[in-house]
Structures are given as C-alpha cells and as structure tokens.
Design a protein around this ligand. Structure first.
Ligand code: GLN
Length: 477
C-alpha cells in the first residue's frame, strides 16, 4: 500500500483537510494494537492528543504552519522529551522525566510535529540488534518476520517506520551505525548526517565524539524533510556546526556523471553473497542511469575501524555512564552503607549485562598504564582512517557498500553470537561513523523475503549528494 508522503500529509493538514486529533487517535490505536512488536518504550498518548488539539485550533485560526504539521513523529528513547519518561532503554533511568526538550524535539515541535512516543533500543545504544535491552525492556520485532531482529540500536524507530501504514517519521541516533543498520534490516531510509550538523543537546550520550542524531522515514524524501527540520546551529552544543541543509530545491537533478566508488572490501569475504549481489544490482542500475562506477579499496578501514571504534566508543561511554549513581536521576535503592556501597548497589542492580561489559572494558582502556596502548592508539588510528576517506573523496562523489553483511538475523541466531561476533557485524557501518561522515541507507532489494540495505557515504556536509544518489536509486528500484 502506498503511504502518503510527509510533504503531502503536512500540506493537507495545514490546509485543514485532515482532522489532526482524529488522525492522531487512529494512529495511537494502531500503535497500541501493535504493542506486542515492542516498537515503543513509552507511547505518549496524552501529550500527542494535547498537541493535536492545539494544532487543530491553529488551523481554525488560520495559523497553520510547519513542515511537519500534524505529523506523528516517534523519538528514540535516548533523546529527551519534556515530561515523557526518557530512559535510553535502561532501568537505571526509570522514572526520569526530563524538564526540557532536546533541541531536535523542540525544533520538530516548532514545525508542527506530534510526538507519539519513545522508541525501543539497545540500552544506551550498546548493540546491533536491539537485543541488548536494559532490564525489563523487550526487543522490537521485525515487521517482515517477527522472529527476526529489527537491527539496532535504533530498532524500534526502524521497525515502526516499516510497520506504519500512515505518514510518520522517526528521530533516531547513530554512534557506530545505529541508524543505517536497522534501516537496512527493516527496508526504510535512514539518514545519518555529518557529525555536528544536528544538535546533540538533550541526547543521553553514548560516546560524544561519535554520536549523531538523524532521521528515518519510509522514503528518502521523508527522511530528508525530517533531517532539514531538526538540523542547524545550536549554541547549547559546542560541537554544533553553523550549517543547515535544504533539500527543497533538489527536484530536477541528474545522476549523470556522478562518481560512485564501490568499496570492494565490503563486497567479498565476510559478506553474505546474496546480500552482496543485491547491492551490486542497485549500483548497476545507477550506472545504467549515467553514474560512473569504479571499485576502490578502503583496506585500512576494513581492517582497523571496528577495533578502533569499539575502543573509543567504550572509553567514552564508560565516562558518560559514571553519572548514573542513583543520586541524581532515575533508579534508586534503599539508602544504606557508604556512598561507594550505595553507588555499586544501584549500578549492579540496574545496568544490563552489555552496559557493565562496556564500563569495564572502557575503563580499562583509559587506565593509566594502558591508555597509550589502547585508547590513544585507537585515536591515532582514527586519524589514519579518516585520511583514507579524504583521499577517496578526491576521486568520488559518493561511496557505496551493503549496509549490513547479512539479512536481519533470527533472535535464536543472535543468542548464539559472542559479543565479538556481534561487534564484527558492524564492519560496513562503523567506518563512516568513526569519520563523522554523512551516510544514508535505503532498501536495495530482498533476500529470503527480508530487506537488504545499500549504504551511500559522502564527504563532510555533502548531504545533498546523498539525497540525489539515494533518490535516484529509490526511483530506479
Ligand atoms: N553496534 C554499535 C555499538 O554497539 C553501534 C551502536 C550505535 O550506533 N549506537 O556500539
């Protein structure tokens, strides 16, 4: 079934052709009925209906405006929404009600978005399958096959976006691939911007030098519209850039002569042959449409980006998690013993297994005596890996690879994977994330009736090139 585009929906809603409260009611009924799919950690029914009423009255007053006017928007749990429990999928944040909106949420609201809830994820983003959920949370199920994962860590966002038979977009987040991976596994468009293009203010951090808030939608155009609504400079985030993308004029572009580099390291060993073939077919379509195709090797990234990423990400996350000690936010335990005993009790009882693993490994990598060998070495490697991309972008407009090496695995298969085997699955998504480069994943086809994603990467702030290439490909599919 063809779902109305966000552009069309907002236009109709502004014109008063859609009863916003009525539509919001309908959608809330649908998401409540799909509760067993675990897309949400919280459905914010009261807030959504209150916003819908206000928007209906704005239409009546002739004051309807905004790119996302009346549109149901879901928000990954790690992004703060005022008055709505925001836990980043962790029991340690039980009961935490932010007293402010993240900048992206206030920007989306200013464009008329209706926040329908917080989507499920791996605890603090620590995972690739949304199965590393915090204690008491459930993994979202893939709408194409409920025995399979939605991917992670923005699994709820992607699952819901694929499931929705109504206009909807999701604000999600990526540290090492958490937008592209689930978008790929669920067959939707996931747009991860250049690091710094979208404010991180109000994000419950995973790893500050890597975190990027981005967008998911059914189509490239939907995800791009959300991205331009939430991007832009924010003085509350010291890494925020003074840039704002606009895709509105990108209508009659051509992909003729667009230079696409095929990252050959991500088409061979370690990649399922069917997945590789499906991604190749998409590239051939672009070639037929006039793009110039050539293979390129990113051998340093293929070898070292996963270990460098996990060292840096864990080192940063272990410091970020230090603030969760039961004194300021979220879960508490009965007060007894010394501060250290209390602190340990809160953290032992409320962090999940993967969070504990990352605190231990990350702290170890930063300890004096080991810092040079691990954390600082990984930082040096990061510079080399970024340089490899820099050279590639002297020759190419965009680079392409399959988003994930496999189709969405079954939960029973994931259980059998060791943590290292799970980390290795991020092979294709980690490089561009480590470098802070913009990328988009869109559907490339199907294998065993499951979506296969293709990922396009561009140079810093070249989101428009991604938009063009991905829109063209979407049309050719
Ligand atoms: N799978 C990666 C990790 O576990 C990336 C997750 C993310 O981007 N939040 O770190």
């Amino acid at each position: 079934m063809k779902v109305q585009s966000v552009l069309e929906f907002a236009e109709q809603a502004r014109a008063g052709n859609i009863g916003i409260e009525e539509n919001t009611h309908k959608i809330l009924d649908k998401v409540f009925a799909a509760n067993g799919m675990n897309f949400f950690n919280v459905i914010s029914k009261d807030l959504a209906l209150q916003q819908a009423k206000e928007l209906d009255s704005r239409v009546k007053q002739g004051k309807a405006s905004g790119k996302l006017f009346g549109l149901p928007v879901s928000v990954k749990d790690c992004i703060c929404v005022k008055g709505i429990e925001s836990r980043a999928g962790s029991r340690i944040l039980d009961g935490y009600l932010p007293v402010f909106d993240a900048t992206v949420v206030s920007k989306a609201k200013a464009e008329g978005a209706i926040i329908i809830g917080k989507t499920s994820q791996d605890e603090f983003g620590f995972g690739t399958f949304s199965t590393n959920t915090g204690i008491g949370f459930n993994a979202p199920k893939n709408p194409f096959d409920s025995e399979r994962s939605c991917g992670g860590s923005s699994g709820g966002s992607a699952g819901l976006t694929a499931f929705a038979d109504f206009a909807h977009v999701s604000i999600s987040e990526s540290t090492g691939g958490s937008i592209a991976c689930p978008a790929g596994f669920c067959g939707v468009a996931g747009f991860t911007p250049t690091y710094g293009l979208v404010s991180r203010y109000g994000l419950i951090d995973y790893a500050n030098s890597l975190d990027k808030i981005g967008s998911m939608g059914k189509t490239v155009a939907d995800s791009a519209l959300l991205l331009e609504s939430i991007a832009g400079h924010d003085e509350k985030d010291s890494t925020s850039l003074n840039e704002k993308p606009s895709f509105a004029d990108e209508k009659n572009f051509s992909t003729k002569g667009l230079k696409i580099g095929i990252i050959k390291d991500f088409f061979g060993e370690g990649i399922n042959p069917d997945v590789s073939k499906i991604a190749w077919n998409s590239i051939k379509k672009l070639e037929k449409a006039g793009a110039k195709i050539k293979e390129i090797s990113l051998s340093l990234n293929a070898k070292f980006s996963v270990p460098a990423y996990y060292l840096i990400a864990m080192a940063e996350s272990s410091t970020n998690l230090a603030k969760f000690c039961g004194m300021r936010y979220g879960a508490q335990e009965s007060l007894s013993g010394s501060f250290n005993e209390y602190f340990s009790k809160v953290r032992s009882n409320n962090f999940g297994e993967e969070a504990k693993r990352r605190i231990l490994l990350g702290t170890f990598a930063r300890m004096s005596g080991f810092r040079d060998a691990y954390y600082l070495k990984a930082m040096k490697a990061r510079t080399r890996l970024i340089n490899e991309f820099r050279l590639a972008f002297k020759e190419f407009d965009v680079l392409a690879n399959p988003t994930m090496p496999v189709i969405a695995p079954k939960f029973s298969e994931i259980e059998k994977l060791s943590p290292i085997e799970q980390y290795a699955m991020d092979l294709c998504t980690v490089p561009s994330n480590l470098a802070g480069l913009p990328h988009i994943s869109i559907n490339s086809g199907f294998s065993q009736k499951m979506p296969v994603g293709i990922m396009l990467v561009a140079d810093y702030l070249q989101e428009k090139k991604l938009f063009r290439a991905a829109s063209a490909l979407e049309e050719l599919q």
